[in-house]
Design a protein around this ligand. Structure first.
Ligand code: CAA
Length: 258
């Protein structure tokens, strides 16, 4: 039996997903994205999981879409197959938080995959870039849209047009990366962050994620209204009563996710 392209593990209330094509630096194929989408959807539906971590290995998070596979494709091949839609699109509809734990290369589709996650914790050896221009194409997994939202137009244009890589210092300074940690502590730190998220009240975590994402999808007025309504809605939960009561009583809240 062939080995799975994405390893799936459970650590407490955290779902851990590890890209598993080390020989090709975790190059992303349709099959990888499909496996990832299936595993993420399963964690999303699992009451025992509160957050996810997506990672690769020390050398590469993912070095992009599989160039070997794409090399001979024609316009009609990619158009008819609707390459990069379906399962890829499903990833952005995952409702529980997903942290990308990035070491080594996150290039092309790899950088785009990290950006689909809710935030990036990166190792000191991480390198980010959109080098598709060197192949005669452009980013196709959302890089031209998510990168400028993350780092601003100037740096996004620089990276997309020159195809250069940026190191983790530049990536953190630019706002692409939330935290930088030593390589050997990457997974531990990412899982610890996911565990903290998973210990909160799930309805508030999911509405917080939805509300932040709304900032990129809508006008300020619409997004503020969306945030207000989510804030109001959380007063309908037991966890809001518990969270506020626990603060007043100077104890830790015991959330029941309802
Ligand atoms: N697709 C397929 N195979 C890949 C790959 C990719 N994106 N990236 C690396 N590999 C393979 C290499 O071909 C090599 O295989 P062999 O051992 O069989 O030769 C193996 O992984 C190891 O890679 P290197 O020998 O090249 O390793 P290196 O340390 O010398 O260089 C690297 C590392 C700079 C990341 C280099 O591999 C590289 O430039 N990779 C391609 C990066 C890239 O262009 N990504 C964009 C892809 S297009 C895309 O993603 C489109 C999109 O947005 C949808």
């Amino acid at each position: 039996m062939s080995e799975s392209l994405v390893k799936v593990e459970v650590r407490g209330r955290v779902g851990l997903l590890t890209l598993n094509r080390p020989k090709v630096l975790n190059a992303l194929s349709n099959a990888v994205i499909t496996e990832l989408a299936v595993a993420m959807r399963a964690f999303d539906a699992d009451e025992n999981i509160g957050a996810m971590v997506l990672t690769g290995n020390e050398k590469a998070f993912a070095a992009g879409a599989d160039i070997g596979a794409m090399a001979q494709w024609s316009y009609l091949d990619v158009y008819k197959a609707d390459y990069i839609s379906g399962d890829w699109d499903a990833l952005r509809h995952i409702r529980k938080p997903v942290i990308a734990a990035v070491a080594g290369y996150a290039l092309g589709g790899g950088c785009e995959l990290a950006m689909v996650c809710d935030f990036i914790i990166a190792a000191e050896n991480a390198k980010f870039g959109q080098p598709e221009i060197n192949l005669g194409v452009i980013p196709g997994y959302g890089g031209t849209q998510r990168l400028p939202r993350a780092v601003g137009k100037a740096k996004a244009m620089d990276l997309v047009l020159t195809g250069r890589m940026m190191d983790v210092v530049e990536a953190e300074r630019a706002g692409l990366v939330a935290r930088v940690v030593p390589v050997e502590r990457l997974l531990e730190e990412a899982i610890a962050a996911a565990e903290i998220i998973a210990s909160k009240s799930m309805p508030s975590v999911m509405m917080a994620k939805e509300s932040v994402n709304r900032a990129f999808e809508s006008s300020l007025a619409e997004s503020l209204l969306f945030e207000h309504r989510n804030f109001h809605a959380l007063f309908g939960t037991d966890d809001q009563k518990e969270g506020m009561r626990a603060f007043v009583e100077k104890r830790k809240p015991d959330f029941k996710n309802r």
